[in-house]
Design a binder for this molecule. Structure first.
Ligand code: PLP
Length: 400
């Protein structure tokens, strides 16, 4: 008997009923633009900003149109100029080098380790090439943030964090996105809270936030933001900061606020599922688990494992066999990018030296989403299927 998994890897949970009710209220009011407020009204976007600032412990939060927009805004707000180099992860998603390219800066890729975190030795070696690091916590794997900050401090590098997969995560109790000068988050459907599209940016820095608010398209209505810095800071920047429209609207903010209130419970539910899959895969010959460290409070909204040094044909066969049994795995290191890209040599607008150690790891990374619509039994079944198919292909390999 071969079992087949019937669930959908792209099916997220519905928007909570209180989010739907709040969205209907916004639509009935007709006031969808964040600065279109009734007398005395704060508005859903401003409230979301206050609540997210409180959640992360940041002084300031700004809601914007997307995660990629938040990252580009962060680069503009710290004054990155055309031609400037920006260090970033070789293993990340296309919006990250894309944000760097959008300000005509030049990505300098830093390698990845078997823990799927940024290679800190490589970062140290490249530290003299740039004064900015766009650090992507790709797939929620957190590097040793203490050592990373040490390296960046010594080299006078400003850190911007891409927390698209770490909203709700922490390193030694410090909320992800709070170690850098700026933290950026995404609310695209597959992230931890879902408004289809959306982004958030947090910082404690007065001037960075004043610039980011002006950049997002606040006109001179910045006083209506949820967490604006003092007026005198705006006086310094408001005539010299361009409006690069990318605001969040009240409709999406209304959907997000009830989800933010439930985020910690959702993260716990993800991690339960993650551990069931991880336990089910552990000890499979030829398959390497990506171990998590106790310092890291991660969010297991997806899981990765390594088929290190497998041939392309054998890896393809594992994926094919799993797919026939309903389990959709993504091969991040596949030679031709499908659907989305996540390796540095797919971004040909930003040429890079080859990184053999990184190439070896990228080639072995297999990824799977864990939507909360999966039950724990589903997760156990998925792990059984992967384990069986990896085993079969591994034994064929051994027989040759
Ligand atoms: C989703 C994502 C982003 C931001 O994406 P948007 O679609 O622009 O919100 C950034 N980095 C990573 C690693 C992502 O997965």
């Amino acid at each position: 008997m071969t079992e087949v998994f019937k669930g959908s890897f792209t099916q997220q949970e519905p928007i909570p009923e209180d989010g739907i009710a709040a969205a209907l209220d916004v639509m009935r009011s007709g006031r969808l633009h964040r600065y279109n407020l009734a007398p005395g009204e704060l508005g859903e976007v401003a409230l979301l900003e206050r609540e997210f600032a409180a959640y992360t412990g940041a002084r300031y939060a700004l809601a914007v149109a997307s995660g990629g927009y938040a990252m580009a805004t962060a680069l503009r707000a710290i004054g990155v100029r055309p031609g400037d180099k920006v260090l970033t992860n070789a293993f990340t998603l296309a919006p990250v080098p894309g944000a760097i390219a959008s300000v005509n800066a030049v990505p300098v890729f830093v390698g990845v380790t078997e823990d799927l975190t940024i290679d800190l030795d490589d970062l140290e070696a490249k530290a003299d090439q740039s004064s900015v690091l766009m650090l992507s916590h790709m797939r929620g794997h957190l590097a040793d943030m203490d050592r990373l900050l040490q390296i960046c401090k010594a080299a006078d590098i400003t850190v911007i964090e891409d927390c698209a997969h770490t909203m709700g995560a922490a390193w030694k109790g410090r909320a992800s996105g709070r170690d850098g000068l700026i933290g950026c988050y995404s609310m695209q459907t597959y992230k931890h809270i879902n408004s289809g599209e959306g982004g958030l940016l947090v910082t404690d820095d007065d001037e960075v936030m004043a610039r980011a608010i002006m950049l997002s398209g606040s006109y001179m209505l910045y006083g209506r933001n949820g967490t604006p810095p003092p007026d005198e800071v705006f006086e310094r920047v408001k005539y010299e900061t361009p409006n690069v429209s990318g605001r969040m609207d009240n409709l999406r903010a209304a959907i997000l606020r009830p989800q933010l209130a439930r985020l910690d419970a959702q993260c716990a539910a993800w991690n339960e599922r993650y551990r069931v899959v991880e336990d089910g895969l552990r000890g499979t010959p030829g398959l390497q688990i990506v171990e998590r460290t106790p310092e890291e409070r991660f969010v297991g909204s997806s899981i990765q494992f390594l088929l290190l040094d497998w041939s392309d044909a054998a890896t393809d066969e594992v994926l094919d066999r799993c797919l026939k049994r309903g389990v959709e795995l993504k091969w991040f290191g596949g030679a031709t990018p499908t659907g989305f890209t996540s390796r540095y040599d797919s971004w040909r607008y930003a040429p890079s030296e080859r990184m053999p150690a990184t190439d070896r790891i990228l080639k072995g990374i297999i990824d799977m989403r864990l939507p909360l619509t999966f039950s724990l039994d589903d997760c156990a079944q998925i792990a059984r299927i992967i384990r069986a198919e990896v085993n079969t292909v591994w034994q064929q390999k051994a027989a040759h």
